[in-house]
Design a protein around this ligand. Structure first.
Ligand SMILES: Cc1cc2nc3c(=O)[nH]c(=O)nc-3n(C[C@H](O)[C@H](O)[C@H](O)COP(=O)(O)O)c2cc1C
Length: 170
């Protein structure tokens, strides 16, 4: 239990990676952890594209100025939500993405959430690049690699944002 709590605090956005690969078994473990996420009515309105090809990663890195790390990552997970299947695909796919990030940390890898939704132009770019059908929305990209930077754990705990019993705290 303590280990799990430490892992949650250890997760940081890692944007620099070594050239070392991420193995098939690590990718499988990450996908299993991601898809263990909760979802409304257990609809699981998610699909994931696993992008290892260098040419595609380079194209993904150009989607916007804060996605450059897709180029040097060993693999990029593209998180898709099925808006036909559930109106709550954003929440469900966000839960999946956080699971993925925590699993990355647990395996000693590094990753960052690269937001795409709700920027429709960015979504259209990725849709064209990867041939994604219209009913699937693009929530985010998650580039993953072996970390080439070390960041301290943090909690961001902020007492001012906690309210007990009522908002006024009475
Ligand atoms: C919805 C969302 C979108 C994000 N988009 C980006 C992004 O496009 N590029 C990036 O480098 N980081 C992105 N981040 C990561 C945040 O910048 C990062 O989580 C924040 O600075 C806190 O740092 P930490 O993750 O190390 O705790 C995003 C995070 C979230 C939750």
């Amino acid at each position: 239990m303590t280990e799990m709590l430490e892992l949650i605090k250890k997760r940081r956005s890692i944007r620099q990676y070594t050239a070392d690969p991420v193995s098939d078994s690590e990718i499988r473990a990450l996908l299993e952890a991601a898809m263990a996420a909760p979802s409304a009515d257990d609809m699981r309105p998610w699909e994931i594209i696993v992008v290892r090809r260098k040419d595609l990663r380079e194209e993904l890195s150009r989607v916007h100025p804060w996605a450059a790390m897709c180029k040097s990552a060993a693999v990029v997970f593209v998180v898709l939500g099925d808006a036909r299947r559930s109106s709550r695909w954003v929440e469900d796919c966000s839960a999946l993405t956080e699971n993925l990030l925590l699993a990355v940390t647990g395996l000693g890898l590094g990753a960052v959430w690269v937001g795409i939704y709700p920027q429709t132009a960015d979504e259209a770019y990725i849709r064209r690049l990867l041939g994604i059908p219209e009913h699937l929305r693009v929530l985010c990209l998650v580039p993953v690699g072996r970390p080439a930077e070390d960041k301290p754990a943090h909690t961001k705990y902020d007492e001012r944002k906690i309210h007990y019993e009522t908002y006024a705290g009475k």
